[in-house]
Design a protein around this ligand. Structure first.
Ligand SMILES: [Fe+2]
Ligand SMILES: [Fe+2]
Length: 266
């Protein structure tokens, strides 16, 4: 039987997107089966790669070199879905990475439940968006993608609280801000399949931000530090460029992110 950390490294070192998400979903099932049986898997120890394995395509370009397309055109909508698929694949790796990278820090088993569940959901999101691309005669890898997506993980590779602050509480919270506008673009175009996929993503991402907030607050409590001040310090240290309104205040609140956390960082 593999430890949870071995499972995480198995996902992180698999390059192909569909193969990565298939392994991810199988490991999620194994974890929760063992939990349900009352015989939880060992967390173990791992040495995850600094960067996860990725497929040959898409080519990864500096964000400035990724061509911009009008969202009103069919090609623009394919480009938008392609960008979402890239984000979801990164998210699969990010959730497995937080499990393996910080396994030496003692955490309640619920921490692992949350990130294993989130990794399974990201795997489903990637597959749903790939299905949409394929239904439009495209695929993940057909267009270039942003190279900077793993930057936040590398910058916070030695800082557990920094990782929680920047990845779920800044980057995934940003997803809550922009997804309703994306859903509208596909609704106007009559692309029902993409609307349905994005609605699944929108619903489940609230949970990922909430897990971030929950475990960030837990660690602040453990170290007896003020969560809001710690959040501001860590985001300023590791996230470059400031946060951009408008914010989805309703969904952020649902996820445990109050306005005094993010407004001072704009
Ligand atoms: Fe996702
Ligand atoms: Fe997510």
């Amino acid at each position: 039987m593999m430890t949870l950390c071995e499972m995480a490294v198995d996902v992180l070192t698999t390059a192909d997107g569909r193969a990565k998400t298939a392994k991810s979903r199988a490991h999620v099932e194994a974890w929760f089966d063992a939990r349900a049986a009352g015989t939880p898997l060992e967390i173990g120890q791992a040495d995850p790669p600094l960067r996860p394995a990725r497929p040959q395509s898409p080519a990864l370009l500096d964000p400035r070199d990724v061509p911009k397309r009008k969202p009103g055109s069919p090609a623009g909508r394919i480009a938008l879905l392609h960008a979402v698929a890239h984000i979801e694949l990164n998210a699969v790796d990010l959730h497995w990475d937080i499990i393996a990278r910080f396994a030496d820090i003692r955490m309640p088993v619920g921490f692992y439940d949350d990130w294993v569940k989130a990794a399974g959901e990201e795997s489903k999101h990637f597959n749903l968006i790939c299905d949409c691309l394929e239904a439009l005669d495209s695929h993940y890898g057909a267009l270039p993608a942003h190279a900077g997506m793993w930057r936040a993980a590398e910058d916070t590779a030695d800082d557990f609280m920094g990782r929680l602050a920047v990845v779920p509480m800044v980057l995934e919270a940003r997803g809550l801000d922009v997804t309703p506008g994306m859903i509208e673009i596909f609704r106007k175009a009559g692309e029902t399949r993409a609307v349905e996929a994005l609605e699944v993503i929108y619903g489940e991402e609230v949970g990922h931000v909430a897990y971030g907030s929950k475990w960030f607050h837990f660690l602040c409590g453990r170290h007896e530090i003020d969560p809001k001040d710690a959040f501001h310090d860590l985001v300023r240290r590791y996230f470059h460029g400031g946060l951009k309104p408008p914010f989805n205040e309703e969904k952020r609140a649902e996820a445990g992110l109050p306005p005094d956390f993010y407004w001072p960082l704009t």
